[in-house]
Ligand binder design. Sequence first.
Ligand code: UDX
Length: 428
Amino acid sequence: MKKTCIIGSGYVGLVSGACFAELGNKVILIDNDAKKIKALKNNQVPIYEPGLDKLLKKNKSRISFSTNINEGILNSDIIFICVGTPPREDGSADLSSVERVATEIARNMNGYKLIVDKSTVPVETGEWVKTTIERNMAKKTPFDVASNPEFLREGTAIHDFLNPDRVVIGVSSKEAERILTELYKPLKAPIVVTDIKSAELIKHASNSFLAMKISFINSVANVCEKVGADVTKVAEGMGMDKRIGKTFLNAGPGFGGFCFPKDLEAFYWISKKLGYNFGILQEVKKVNEDQKKLIAKKIEDALWIIKDKTIAFLGLAFKPNTDDMRMAPSIDIINILHKKGAIIKAYDPESMGKAKTDMPFVKYCKNPLEVCKDADCVVLMTEWEEFKNLDFKKIRSIVKQPILIDTRNYYNPQTMKQLGYIYKGVGR
Ligand code: UDX
């Protein structure tokens, strides 16, 4: 059993804390948001992530919550930095929270500590954390800094943590390597041990590569549409080549969420700062922005005149099993249509609460049937399981016009055409 402290009880911190406790470790979760800590102490989880509440409850005896960072530092041997690194206006990562935490750690160390960065940070942050600690130390105390990036997907984060393809550990000492290898041993996953800078780069490079795969297939989809080919078949044929792989080749409305857009931007920015123009990343971003405009155009083309038409959105979140609306493609698409005078209705199983903040003008509905009623066009935006087997025969009888825009290629085009829909997918 290791004594761990997680500084930053956001998405990454909470999932990691719950999972480290599940592996038998003692965990202190810290956050400076008193409201959040109070809620967590009362078994209320501030984010929607399937299974997280149960896992926190199950391991309650090994988990404690506090707003007091010193308490966490004093009572643990391994300190994980899981604070936010939000994008600044120029796209670079704002590392002020990381610096603040490093300074606090330096001032309160009471013996050897292993300080591990889990937040997504640009390369060379580990070095800065080390320098910051050395500069602010109250008295000389031994410590190590390590990088241990996370690869958690929202909606499957607990599964991803407990069943990783690999664990990446960036270290500069044998002791740090030993401690982290032991901590992750129960997962029985391959462990990649590298220097700190390489570990930091693995995170940015992995996310940017996945984003590139999506923009690539979306570009292929656009060519498919021009010649009447089927992108799902092209992706299937490509993906069977093991060097390419099947995943992340689903054409759609473009990637969203907090990670891909932010990491892409930050990776471009840090490369530029280091004197390298990583042009591919700019193009990946451009294709993604254009894809949202193309979907809005597809809707407009199907309706001819947008003004005063009712458009029904099935799903709003950037992907299923999350309530996260950050950078969701639905926001850009809906805003384009709204500006042109469309009446927007929407239903999402989880994200409507958050969507209301960005899009107060949308009429939010209680279920799929209510949203589709009297619609001139139905748009499948997020591939929630709940939408898989909708009664499209019934929906056909309640819509004003049978136009179905399937931005995720979720439905069978033939079936929809047989039911009388004008069906439009992406790239097929
Ligand atoms: C991502 C990474 O996968 C994860 O490793 C990292 O730690 C955080 O960022 P997440 O943002 O939760 O995870 O979502 P992910 O499942 O990767 O999907 C991201 C976006 O890409 C979604 O908008 C999704 O709809 C889109 N996507 C994904 C596609 O459009 N096509 C695909 O084939 C796959």
